[in-house]
Design a protein around this ligand. Structure first.
Ligand code: GCU
Length: 434
């Protein structure tokens, strides 16, 4: 029932509606014919790969060895075994500021709109970025960059924004988005009042979210001559979306009003996985807030609870979002040389907030907490604070350090009350001027 409901949402390109708002799911006992476990007693025992031991068995004893040897080794594992290898910065990308700065939100902010052209090829995808910056800021501002399931016109209460476009998964074409904001909209006023800029773009601007997206989004521009199918290490759509975030950061480095060294990133669900990988891979991002990223994101795969790699990569589900190699570990996560705690560790020494929900069993909120606990030694090695506890905190009790965790009382995605915790975390680490 639940799987069918989700499939309908995916079909109509509206999966974000479930993710962005709060839905309390019934337990999905079986998905894609694969049973799911929700019983702590049946999680099993496991030994996680040690992030502080090199693949040749040598211990990592200092920050330099971590940064120059072990970190690149782990990045390579996630590239080849989980998300796929993305290309570098395109030489022919360009930025077109189509709206320089218009008073918005009752004069409290200025709005800027930018087209990030991913290639000089006119047929290549274009990211439609919308920024809001605090009006009258004297210095460059820190900024929260959100990758969203919908265009800015659905994410921000701003009637003057032109309606964006979305992919229609049925016709595989781009169509105008519905008018009006969704329940999980971005709290721009709260961020602006705290001295942050905020920017958002639609993930489908980079690549549509279905298997055939490979031939319609950015990845088709990187096919080798004659190549029609993906190789085992080729990038999946999560890597493509994360790569798009890096291209936005390329632009932000040129924006004179934004401090590109203080850009935090945020995404929900599959876009939570996306920001985990974007933050792990691109060290220019200063902080990461991942909402309910679950399996394939911040939840430990070695723990058999909720969704597993087998569910994620089942042919009828989301294999296209990952490198083909990821499917090799389905059913054998105990053999995998990497797991979510190592993804968390790649974000070190930069701050990370994992936001989860009490009833989001499918995403395993406890498995996300345990991944942060297991990444603690890497944060400490780099002189940063770990979670400060090994006891899973109760709902609505934020644990805010360099490693941070917050579980709202509710289901998958984010709820409006989460914004206050996000802003507190961002203030702690990105020090806005007001
Ligand atoms: C499915 C999938 C999750 C994913 C979620 C989403 O539920 O199993 O792994 O996070 O979709 O992106 O909404």
């Amino acid at each position: 029932m639940r799987a069918g409901w989700l499939a309908v949402l995916v079909l109509f390109g509206a999966v974000g509606a479930s993710a962005q708002t709060q839905a309390t799911p019934a337990l999905r006992a079986e998905v894609a014919g694969i049973p799911a476990n929700y019983d702590e007693a049946k999680v099993g025992t496991y030994t996680l790969p040690d992030p502080l031991v090199m693949s040749d068995g040598k211990p990592v004893k200092d920050a330099k060895v971590w940064m120059t040897k072990r970190r690149p080794e782990i990045v390579r594992l996630f590239e080849t075994q989980q998300y796929g290898v993305a290309p570098g910065r395109p030489k022919d990308e360009s930025f077109d500021v189509i709206e320089k700065g218009t008073a918005a939100l009752g004069g409290k902010a200025i709005r800027r709109r930018v087209e990030v052209h991913l290639s000089a090829d006119k047929a290549a995808p274009v990211i439609h970025l919308v920024e809001y910056l605090p009006a009258g800021a004297k210095k460059k501002v820190p900024l929260l960059l959100c990758i969203s399931f919908f265009p800015a016109s659905n994410m921000v209460d701003d009637p003057e924004l032109p309606t964006g476009e979305v992919w229609d998964a049925k016709t595989k074409t781009r169509v105008p988005a519905a008018r009006g904001t969704i329940a999980g909209k971005i709290d721009v006023p709260e961020l602006i009042a705290a001295g942050f800029g905020v920017a958002t773009f639609y993930y489908g601007d980079v690549e549509p979210d279905y298997a055939e997206g490979f031939a319609q989004g950015i990845r088709r521009f990187y096919l080798k001559p004659g190549q029609t199918t993906r190789g085992p290490e080729d990038w999946g759509s999560i890597a493509a979306w994360a790569w798009g975030m890096s291209r936005v950061e390329d632009y932000l480095e040129t924006d004179k009003d934004v401090d590109a060294k203080r850009v935090a990133i945020h995404g929900i669900s599959r876009l939570g996985k996306t920001v985990m990988w974007a933050g792990a891979h691109d060290q220019r991002f200063a902080a990461v807030i991942a909402s309910c990223s679950g399996e394939g994101g911040a939840a430990l795969s070695h723990r058999n609870y909720g969704e597993t790699i087998a569910h994620l990569t089942a042919p009828t589900r989301f294999p296209y979002q990952f490198a083909e190699n990821y499917g090799k570990w389905a059913g054998f996560p105990d053999k995998a040389p990497m797991d979510a705690h190592m993804l968390v560790a790649l974000i070190a020494p930069r701050p990370l907030l994992l936001q989860t929900g009490t009833t989001d069993y499918w995403s395993d909120p406890k498995g996300e907490f345990l991944a942060e606990v297991a990444a603690g030694p890497v944060y400490r090695l780099l002189g940063k604070s770990d979670l400060g506890t090994e006891t899973w905190p109760a709902a609505k009790v934020p644990v805010l350090h360099d490693l941070s965790y917050y579980m709202h009382d509710g289901g998958h995605g984010m709820v409006p009350g989460d914004w206050a915790v996000y802003v507190e975390f961002l203030k702690m680490h990105l020090h806005p001027e007001r």
